[in-house]
Design a protein around this ligand. Structure first.
Ligand SMILES: [Zn+2]
Length: 510
């Protein structure tokens, strides 16, 4: 795998190396040395837009004589944040490549003071990698050099192993999320994980035996029912485990929705709404990405268990249908409301299993990550929605992720869980305990992205682990339907790897 790994440089080291361009990102360029100022003034004589727009200019003191100015725009408005550096770096990639540079170095300038701007250089590095990334299909067809750059220098103060590990995780997340449904079928997603974690201290277990799946994950198997006849579409649960050295101080349990293709099932997606549904595995992708980031850092005292539910939501004669009542792993009877609300079904049993394990773990917290609802995309735009239970609020887990998202520039927002969400999913008859979904589109359903969290709580048995129980378990559901791909464009947008940076910032930045 090609990786734009950072070499962290001092400014002086730039001159001695074989770097061939310097990219400077900032709201203005007035803090640069006088030699750079002279080059900028010279260039401005024939192009007044230099420094106001993305500009490449000749500069004798710059490596390769190439200076690239990438303005962030103003940073002093109430709504500006560190993502301005990310965006400017991402947008610079194509221009730097077009200039002929092969080995650029990146620096930031005129960064505002204050805690919210401390990660400007790291954010620029992540943005540059985002712009440099090409899909797995493109790399396998054209070769790794379809990506413009194999390396980038970072001038200034970042922890190279930390940002490099996060970026390795984001790369895994983008690959799993973005790849088309045949190349990233459940089986091949499992193989990808085995490869991605080979040689690390993360163990990978692939659960793909039908008997075992039906025993452990009955709701997941309902969704998979129309896939068991097709060898290459068989479901697989990938279990990732990591246990850091020393006494365990924190245990993190994650479940990812990995719908490798979502036809909607018997509630078929019609009217052109199916395209892009190979990306319905973005939650599993993000979980794998977070674990990959962790694998690069080997943190002491941390235990992580993750289950990725890779399933294709198909339609055929065997397909499950609305009105069926299916008993989940926890014993809760689920009335199917709509087969296109399949993500909560594939996650509920793994979440029930990890809840059982979390009860005896040290300082546990649980997460589900999913491209779950159009409602989240509408309500939150490019921000991941965090829907926590009370223990996750009171023990500070959600605040950790919110704070990390702000400082590292990976947008997350709070969506409190409310009583109406639990009313919404309650069983309507004595024949069932909960209803999986209503029948309208989530985007036009009141509290459409919050109520699925209530469903997951009820079906996983987490309702027995609330604030007032003997064993409260912090749990947060994370809906990335708006944040998982650039521009919210599920068919063509580049996967964003949301919320890998926020989670890494919250749990791995020691
Ligand atoms: Zn669906």
């Amino acid at each position: 795998m090609a990786l734009a790994a950072p070499e962290v440089l001092t400014f002086e080291a730039l001159e001695g190396g074989d770097w061939d361009a310097l990219i400077v990102i900032g709201p203005n360029f007035s803090e640069l040395d006088s030699d750079y100022q002279a080059a900028i003034q010279n260039a401005k004589m024939f192009d007044a837009s230099v420094g106001e727009t993305l500009s490449v200019l000749s500069c004798e003191v710059a490596p390769g004589n190439r200076l690239l100015l990438a303005p962030t725009g103003p940073l002093d408005r109430d709504y500006d944040d560190v993502r301005r550096f990310y965006d400017a770096a991402r947008e610079a990639v194509a221009r730097v490549a077009a200039s002929g540079a092969k080995k650029p170095a990146l620096m930031v300038t005129a960064v505002p003071t204050g805690a919210l701007w401390n990660k400007a250089l790291a954010s620029a590095y992540f943005g540059f990698n985002q712009g440099n990334y090409e899909s797995l299909e493109a790399r396998e067809h054209h070769g790794d050099d379809v990506e413009p750059f194999a390396t980038v220098g970072v001038v200034g103060n970042v922890d190279p192993s930390f940002v490099k590990s996060i970026e390795a995780g984001r790369r895994v997340a983008r690959d799993i999320c973005g790849t088309e449904p045949e190349r990233m079928s459940p089986k091949r997603a499992a193989e990808y994980c085995q490869e991605a974690f080979a040689g690390t201290s993360v163990s990978v277990q692939v659960i793909d035996d039908r008997m075992q799946l039906e025993h452990e994950y009955p709701l997941l198997c309902a969704v998979a029912r129309a896939s068991f006849e097709v060898e290459k579409q068989l479901p697989a649960v990938v279990r990732l485990e990591f246990e850091g050295e020393g006494p365990i101080e924190e245990s993190i349990f994650l479940v990812g929705k990995g719908i490798t293709y979502d036809t909607g099932g018997a509630d078929l997606k019609t009217g052109g709404h199916m395209a892009g549904m190979s990306r319905d595995k973005g939650g599993a992708a993000a979980v794998a990405g977070f674990v990959k980031a962790l694998a690069g850092l080997n943190p002491k005292g941390v235990k992580v268990v993750a289950e990725l539910a890779f399933v294709r939501n198909n339609i055929d004669n065997f397909a499950f249908v609305a009105d069926e009542i299916i008993t989940g792993r926890s014993g809760v009877r689920v009335r199917i409301g709509n087969t296109d609300a399949e993500g909560r079904l594939v996650m509920a049993d793994p979440l029930a299993k990890l809840t059982e394990e979390a009860v005896s773990a040290t300082n546990p917290s649980l997460y589900t990550i999913a491209t779950l609802t159009g409602h989240a995309a509408l309500a939150k735009g490019p921000y991941a929605a965090l829907v926590p239970n009370k223990p996750a609020m009171s023990k500070g887990y959600v605040q950790r992720i919110l704070d990390a998202g702000e400082s590292w520039g990976d947008g997350v927002e709070l969506s409190p869980s409310r009583r109406e969400d639990f009313d919404f999913i309650r069983g309507r008859t004595k024949a069932d305990d909960v209803l999986s979904s209503n029948n309208g589109p989530s985007a036009t359903t009141v509290r459409g992205h919050q109520f699925p969290m209530a469903f997951l709580v009820a079906v996983a048995g987490l309702d027995k682990h609330g604030q007032n129980s003997d064993t409260p378990l912090p749990y947060t559901h994370i809906d990335i339907a708006g944040s998982g791909v650039e521009g919210g464009n599920w068919q063509h947008g580049k996967p964003s790897a949301s919320p890998v940076i926020a989670l890494a910032g919250a749990f791995l930045d020691k």
